[in-house]
Design a protein around this ligand. Structure first.
Ligand code: NAP
Length: 243
């Protein structure tokens, strides 16, 4: 039985990833920060499907919380087979209007968390038969988004980190890959008006905004044995936006 730890699994893409792995009978570690009810509702849903779920409240932007999250997961399930670093926040602001705290919070939540949690999980995976790490970046981490420069920096950082880590842990049987979504229908894009969404859709080759399931399917593939010879890669799940 595989154990999958997903950060930020209470809502949006993380929730859908949790459900996708639960359908395969995996043990799921659901991390949340503020959305307690959503996290426990998800755990109940997974248990009703016959699976096992552990809910862990942790602010992954804090290194001590990040460590505690991994320790709790290991104390219940022993080993972690798949880590999905998904938790993220965004900030729609010009750089010149962004405060020190806002900048630090974005980097700590989106990038530092990936580094701290991967470090703890790699120690665990190295003791067993390896494992799979999948980090959720963004299209903005590849091309940059105006008004989201710090977010873009955090997401680009994930790509550089993942490629380097893939080289560092490849001989230990650990695959590290990145999924870079385009525009996906979750709370994160609530700031977009219907008009904004129409403009975006006109720029997307497949003519529509993606669903959390579209991302979850690719994460599940990268975590499967079918992807054993794939590492250090960035898979864009964006409906062909900007090709
Ligand atoms: P979302 O619906 O806003 O959900 C964000 C999730 O991250 C929530 O479960 C939230 O938990 C969690 N989270 C935020 N800060 C956290 C913290 N400090 N500690 C622990 N968990 C935290 O966003 P989403 O669209 O699903 O985004 C998921 C990932 O995909 C993010 O990394 C995002 O950057 C990336 N992405 C999204 C899009 C898009 O268009 N939606 C595009 C590209 C990339 P609580 O609710 O419990 O606080």
């Amino acid at each position: 039985m595989k154990t999958v730890l997903i950060t930020g699994a209470s809502r949006g893409i993380g929730r859908e990833i949790a459900l996708a792995f639960a359908k395969d009978g995996c043990n799921i570690v659901i991390n949340y920060h503020n959305s307690e009810k959503e996290a426990f509702d998800l755990a109940k849903k997974i248990e009703n499907m016959g699976g096992r779920a552990l809910v862990v409240q942790a602010d992954v932007s804090k290194p001590d919380d990040a460590k505690m999250l991994v320790i709790k997961a290991m104390s219940v399930f022993g080993k972690i087979d798949v880590l999905v670093n998904n938790a993220g926040i965004t900030l729609y602001k010009l750089l010149i209007d962004s405060s020190d705290e806002e900048i630090q919070n974005i980097l700590a939540t989106n990038l530092n968390s990936v580094i701290f949690i991967s470090r703890e999980v790699c120690k665990n995976m190295m003791q067993y038969d390896g494992g799979k790490i999948i980090n959720i970046s963004s299209k903005w981490g590849i091309v940059g988004g105006s008004g989201e420069s710090v977010y873009s920096a955090s997401k680009a950082g994930i790509i550089g980190f993942s490629k380097a880590l893939a080289k560092e842990v490849g001989l230990s049987g650990i695959n590290v890959n990145v999924v870079a979504p385009g525009v996906i229908e979750t709370d994160m894009i609530n700031n977009l008006s219907q008009e904004d969404k129409k403009v975006l859709e006109s720029q997307i080759t497949l003519g529509k905004i993606g669903k959390p399931q579209d991302v979850a399917n690719v994460v599940k593939f990268l975590a499967s044995d079918d992807a054993n010879y794939i590492t250090g890669q960035v898979v864009e799940v964006d409906g062909g936006w900007g090709v």
